[in-house]
Ligand binder design. Structure first.
Ligand code: AMP
Length: 286
């Protein structure tokens, strides 16, 4: 496995690979790798000649009051995981290499961000889209891999690829969970032992809401309120949002049919956790 820190070197490499008609699978991450990242890497390995992974904690996507400085990092562990999963090139640039000067042009995401994390984290998806614009030009992937755990991110990347004509295929990979249903996340280590016990309620609450919707409970507002009350009763976390929307448009549910996302964000003492489930709602009688 080769480690690349210089953006230009990555671009020269991918340009050569493209000339040689080699397919490139690209997995962008912020490191502190876990089973969720491994699932993305395995899919990329299976579907491409070459796998490139980036490990880069992107300052642009963190708000001033967010956890940029304390975001967990362990590059030695990440290197090990990358080698185990057969990554060919690991891109690990310094912040100064990615942003040598203040940028004169950045990307602003116009749609699919006035809800969920877009509402609670203003500017977050602009930062994500801006770094991906760079990474896509550097890695020039054939296929790019994202986790459904960050479903709004998938929706935004889908728009970025389409709107800017990137010849890239987006692959969304299923969420990898702990035994109690908690979605694997780099931020889970910042839960206290008690909070970790409580955190299973995120996935449980999503499953309950899905069951209610499928049964025909269409009073979405009442359902949302009862689920928020349940989560706050069963845990010490504070619900940031609990939403039921169409997917991938992320608009309020008007009909009892089509693809639906139920999404939750909960703030614990030192970690904000998110999760979601996406499923097809059919209006056939049950
Ligand atoms: P991050 O390092 O948190 O930026 O995540 C990098 C990629 O891994 C993103 O596309 C995430 O959606 C994905 N990812 C994170 N956690 C999981 C998980 N539990 N299951 C599947 N994919 C995940």
């Amino acid at each position: 496995m080769n480690i690349i820190t210089n953006p230009q070197q990555l671009q020269e490499l991918s340009t050569q690979l493209k000339k040689d008609q080699v397919t490139i699978g690209f997995v962008p991450t912020m490191g502190y790798l876990h089973e969720g990242h491994r699932a993305l890497l395995r899919a990329a390995k299976e579907q491409n000649d070459i796998v490139i992974m980036s490990v880069f904690v992107n300052p642009l996507q963190f708000g001033p009051k967010e956890d940029l400085a304390s975001y967990p990092r362990d590059f030695e562990h990440d290197k090990q995981v990358a080698m185990e999963e057969g990554v060919d090139y690991l891109f690990h640039p310094a912040v100064e290499a990615m942003y040598p000067v203040q940028m004169s042009v950045t990307v602003k995401v116009e749609r699919r961000t006035d809800c969920l994390c877009g509402r609670s984290r203003p500017g977050h998806f602009d930062g994500v889209a801006t770094v991906l614009m760079k990474l896509f030009h550097l890695a020039q992937p054939t296929n790019v891999y994202f986790g459904k755990k960050d479903a709004q991110q998938v929706a935004v990347v889908d728009g970025l690829i389409e709107d800017f004509h990137f010849p890239i295929n987006l692959v969304a990979v299923n969420t990898v969970r702990e035994e109690d249903g908690l979605a694997k996340s780099s931020r889970n280590i910042r839960l206290t032992p008690t909070e970790r016990q409580e955190a299973g309620i995120l996935y449980k609450s999503l499953s309950i809401a899905r069951g209610e919707l499928i049964k025909g409970n269409v009073d979405v507002e009442a359902l949302k309120n009862s689920i928020i009350a349940l989560v706050e009763k069963e845990s010490s976390g504070k619900v940031d949002y609990f939403e039921i929307l169409t997917y991938p448009q992320l608009e309020p549910l008007k009909e009892r049919t089509g693809k639906v996302i139920i999404a939750i964000a909960v703030q614990f003492s030192n970690a904000r956790l998110i999760d979601n489930i996406i499923f097809e709602l059919s209006n056939a009688p049950r």
